[in-house]
Design a protein around this ligand. Structure first.
Ligand SMILES: C[S@@+](CC[C@H](N)C(=O)[O-])C[C@H]1O[C@@H](n2cnc3c(N)ncnc32)[C@H](O)[C@@H]1O
Length: 236
């Protein structure tokens, strides 16, 4: 049999070709295993990939309001909204946003479908904390994103994010072809750095104080979590 493109089977799990875009990739992700099955919203999932492990809601201090970039289904935001803290979540995936709205119904929470950089560049609002849990901060070049975040934080404001630590020896933009290795290429990039490099990037972007470290997993032989917090100075 001739191995023509038309004769090849579709790559298992790949998005349909007409949604073979970054937006489509995240919609595909949200429609599948990207929607966490969470038993009880009173339980704290938290900032790491191990539910309940690591710092709790106090990690953000006492912000007046919170913006999450790539909020997914708002599993963390709901805890703050329940305490009366106004929260804003933005995400590319409508299925995630629908789940977030259901989870936060009746609470001071709003959700918007938007790209993180476009949203930050297009608003005049400021927040007390901007957060991203394995979210949009990971998927943007920090040299582009950090100045936009800084401009939307109140004086003394906090940027807090978490994601997987960099693969040792692999720093900067990391690329993947999540749609498979045939057909129209879909490139997804995420940016990975050591805590020390993040500290330098954040200071260069104007953050006054930075706390960046890899938190070990509950089993120290397992993959840990990069946890970063950076504060602006209180004086504007
Ligand atoms: C790995 S998921 C994490 C979701 C959520 N923060 C959580 O921890 O459950 C990454 C999320 O970032 C969103 N995302 C990716 N790129 C984005 C962008 N450029 N702007 C806004 N959201 C984005 C995706 O749609 C997805 O919901």
């Amino acid at each position: 049999m001739t191995d023509t493109p038309a004769a090849r089977p579709a790559d298992a799990g790949a998005p349909a070709r007409d949604t073979w875009t970054i937006q489509g990739y995240w919609e595909h992700y949200a429609a599948g295993w990207g929607v966490p099955d969470w038993p009880d919203d009173t339980l704290w999932r938290g900032w790491t990939q191990y539910p309940g492990h690591g710092p709790g809601p106090e990690h953000l201090g006492d912000p007046a309001d919170i913006l999450e970039l790539g909020c997914g289904t708002a599993l963390e935001l709901v805890h703050y909204a329940r305490r009366g803290i106004p929260v804003t979540g933005i995400d590319l995936a409508p299925a995630h946003l629908d789940a977030a709205r259901t989870r936060c119904a009746g609470l001071p929470a709003e959700f918007r479908r938007a790209d993180a950089t476009a949203f930050l560049a297009g608003t005049e609002r400021r927040w007390g904390a901007v957060v991203s849990r394995f979210g949009a901060v990971w998927f943007h070049d920090p040299r582009r994103l950090l100045p936009l975040v800084r401009a939307r934080l109140s004086p003394g404001g906090l940027l807090a994010f978490s994601h997987a630590p960099a693969v040792p020896g692999c720093y900067g933009p990391q690329g993947m072809y999540p749609g498979g290795l045939r057909g129209r290429p879909l490139a997804v990039r995420r940016w990975s750095y050591t805590p020390r490099k993040w500290t330098g990037l954040l200071r260069a972007a104007g953050f006054e104080r930075v706390d960046a470290a890899v938190l070990p997993a509950p089993d120290p032989d397992d993959l840990g979590t990069l946890l970063v917090r950076a504060w602006l100075s209180v004086a504007p």
